[in-house]
Design a protein around this ligand. Structure first.
Ligand code: ADP
Ligand code: MG
Length: 741
């Protein structure tokens, strides 16, 4: 359209003379507008935009390809970087999209501006054309002249002139208006230009931004490409090394496979074989288990039967054993009297009165002879131990009694005799050669251990003494004197406390001593400690008969309680080992005052013991247990099926002859008390010998009425003893030769 206007200007130069100012104004207006440049610039921008789009598409394509190539590399540094780059690219794309939208908006705005401008140009052109037409309709440039002439010449012409002037005025006004419009247009064009310049600057800026972004992207792509290549190369190298190793291994495996194949075949056949076995195994196992169970049940039943059978047999055997033992003891007599003659030792001196007056029968170990003043008296007991008999021999004889206390029997072993006759030696012995007490406890320990599978046995000991008819605990001590704390608690007691013998509150009729200390012993050490304590506490004194004389009865009471683990049967046996006080006569010992009282008490209690034993042996209805503390205390252990052993100790020396004879008479009296007819027959003998006894002990004679005594005199053989037991002995012994107590 502009070119058309220019052509018009060229084609009609004659019109320039009349409308030159207007044309010039119009031309300058058109020139200042620069519309063609804007359009061109717009076209360039559009082209550039298209190019950028294409480039963007190319980049996206490239990015797509890179993504595809990098999908294999996941999780590594590159993929992370790739993700970051992708994010950056996405951001850039977003930014680009925004900028593209902005560009599109600008383009739209530019189009609108251009449209507006074109419309206005068209309107202006139309106005110009109208002006031209109007100008063309006007008279030629000679109008002014003609008008002036007409003004002069005619009024009509004047009027026409006025009209033409008005018309001219109007046109000038129109031109002024058009000029203003043109100025406005020019202003608008300048604004548009400025806007266009701004837009262009923005487009350039965007282009620069795009360029920078593209550069960054390219750099990133390049870096990624490099990393990818490097990673690929590393992976490739690694893979190649691994492949090499794998190949080597594969070769090895191939070789192995070749050698393994035959073994595999064997194994497969074995495996199949085993599989068959395993399939059959549960059935076989079940069968075997059932069979074994049956066998076990059967075995258990058989074992139970055998067990019961054995138990039955065991019980029967036990009863039989007990019966045999009882029978043996019965045959021997529940009360046995033994005699031990002590040897003469260096302490006895070498005077005439130390001559030996005792002899023995080598064919009969139950008799001994006392020769004095030309007379020989024979004494018969259950067994006589000669001076050379050792402690073990004595113990051999008594051990059956001791074991019977484990079976629940009560046992009493007494050592009787004058002071210095060896009672303490027999009962206690020396540390090197212990006596019955220690050997008995050792034997009991041995038996307890032996029976431990069937029995739970407990052994306790007490030690007491009877002095002047007073019972005293030998294990109780002044607490101050006991160092060991536990022992102090156990043994703390007033050493002079008098103990009482009482009836058991359980109504069993048993006697017991409240407060009497009982100590459980389990070893020889224990018993040694207990004995030592008892020894220290025992009351001793000096007399002119012997340097050391025991003036009290010493009792070691051993209790054995047991529970049969099979039958649950409980047993309690008591073993009383009594070292009696010296039996010497008061007159000879020369005692006076308190010593005399001691001696009388000792005599009284020994006499009471003899009475009780005699009463028991003759099965008398009344047994005088209460006549002394000793018999009262030992009541349980003397009565019933209890067993008693009296060890009569004698000295073989002439100087002790009277005491020896007295002791032997006592022993013989006790021993010869027989049951039934014998007892009754003996009663006559008893009264015939009464006189002798009264000479020695008037107090004892008062009790004699209760004694049942039988005597045997002269040389007696075992056969004779048997006869005597059956009551067929002819008592020919004179009262003087064998005095009764
Ligand atoms: P008792 O207790 O009767 O007063 P002992 O037992 O104290 O008498 O004995 C007095 C002395 O005789 C002691 O020295 C003792 O060692 C000794 N004795 C006693 N019997 C024997 C014996 N069978 N063998 C050796 N020595 C004995
Ligand atoms: Mg003694």
């Amino acid at each position: 359209m502009i070119s058309c206007l220019q052509e018009d200007k060229v084609r009609r130069p004659e019109e320039l003379s009349t409308t030159e100012p207007q044309r010039q104004a119009l031309g300058s207006t058109l020139q200042t507008q620069g519309t063609t440049d804007l359009e061109k610039h717009l076209e360039i921008l559009v082209l550039e935009n298209d190019r950028l789009k294409q480039e963007l598409n190319g980049c996206q394509l490239q990015l797509q390809q890179l993504r595809i190539s990098l999908t294999g590399c996941t999780g590594c540094e590159h993929s992370k970087e790739n993700t970051q780059l992708r994010e950056q690219t996405a951001d850039l794309q977003l930014e680009l999209g925004e900028k593209t939208q902005l560009l599109a908006k600008l383009q739209q705005h530019l189009k609108d501006v251009l449209q507006d401008k074109t419309e206005r140009e068209e309107r202006l052109n139309k106005q110009i054309r109208d002006c031209h037409l109007a100008l063309a309709k006007q008279p030629t440039p000679s109008v002014k002249y003609i008008t002036k002439k007409i003004e002069v010449e005619s009024s009509r012409t004047k009027q026409d002139l006025e009209e033409a002037q008005a018309r001219n005025h109007y046109l000038q006004e129109q031109i002024a208006i058009q000029r203003r419009v043109l100025a406005e247009q020019e202003q608008q064009l300048q604004d548009s230009w400025r806007t266009s310049a701004q837009l262009q600057a923005q487009v350039m800026m965007y282009e620069a931004e795009l360029e920078r972004t593209r550069g960054e992207m390219l750099e990133a792509f390049q870096a990624m490409e490099d990393e990818k290549n490097q990673a690929i190369e590393e992976v490739f190298l690694q893979a190649r090394t691994e492949m090499k190793t794998v190949h080597e291994n594969l070769n090895g495996v191939r070789m192995n496979l070749l050698s393994i194949q035959p073994a595999l075949k064997t194994l497969t056949s074995d495996y199949n074989c085993l599989k068959n076995h395993v399939r059959d195994f549960p059935c076989l196992l079940q069968d075997a288990v059932n069979q074994t169970k049956r066998e076990i049940y059967q075995a258990v039943e058989e074992a139970q039967k055998t067990n019961q059978d054995l138990l039955r047999k065991y019980k029967r055997e036990m009863q039989l054993r007990k019966k045999c033992h009882n029978e043996l003891v019965r045959l021997r007599g529940n009360i046995r009297v033994l005699c031990r003659v002590r040897p003469v030792n260096r302490d006895d001196g070498t005077g005439l009165d130390t001559r030996n007056i005792i002899s023995f029968d080598n064919d009969d170990d139950a008799v001994l002879y006392v020769s004095h003043r030309g007379k020989t008296s024979m004494f018969e007991l259950d067994k006589v131990f000669q001076p050379h008999a050792v402690q073990a021999d004595i113990f051999q004889e008594v051990q059956a009694l001791i074991t019977s206390c484990i079976d629940g029997y009560n046992v009493c072993i007494f050592a009787y005799g004058q002071t210095g006759s060896g009672k303490t030696y027999t009962m206690e012995g020396s540390p090197e050669d212990p006596g019955i007490n220690q050997r008995a406890l050792r034997l009991l320990f041995g038996e307890v251990a032996e029976r431990s599978t069937d029995w739970d046995l407990t052994i306790t000991v007490s030690m007491a003494e009877i002095y002047n008819e007073t019972l005293r605990d030998l294990l109780g001590s002044d607490p101050q004197k006991i160092e060991d704390l536990t022992m102090r608690n156990l043994l703390a007691k007033d050493p002079n406390e008098k103990l009482e013998i009482k009836l058991s509150p359980d109504g069993s009729g048993q006697l017991y001593v409240p407060g009497l200390i009982q100590i459980r012993v389990q070893s020889v050490d224990d018993i040694n400690k207990v004995f030592e304590l008892g020894r220290v506490n025992r009351a001793t004194d000096f007399t002119n008969v012997n340097e050391r004389s025991s003036r009290s009865h010493a009792l070691l009471i051993v209790s054995v309680t047991g529970i049969n683990l099979t039958s649950g049967v409980r047993t309690t046996g008591k073993l009383n080992l009594v070292d009696l006080a010296g039996s010497e006569r008061v007159g000879k010992s020369g005692a006076e005052g308190p010593r005399l009282r001691e001696a009388q008490n000792i005599n009284k209690s020994l006499l009471a013991l003899g009475d009780v034993i005699c009463a028991l042996r003759s099965k008398q209805p009344y047994i005088p247990f209460r006549n002394s503390k000793l018999t009262y205390l030992l009541q349980d252990s003397l009565s019933g099926d209890s067993k008693t052993l009296m060890m009569v100790q004698v000295s073989p020396m002439e100087k002790n002859v009277n005491e020896t004879v007295c002791s032997l008479k006592f022993a013989q009296r006790v021993r010869s008390v027989e049951l039934g007819a014998v007892v009754r027959r003996a009663e006559n003998q008893h009264y015939s010998s009464r006189q002798d006894y009264e000479l020695e002990s008037p107090s004892a004679a008062a009790q004699q009425g209760r004694f049942n005594i039988s005597h045997s005199g002269g040389k007696t053989t075992a056969g004779k003893r048997r006869l005597m037991a059956s009551g067929e002995v002819n008592h020919r012994q004179s009262p003087a030769a064998l005095p009764a107590l």
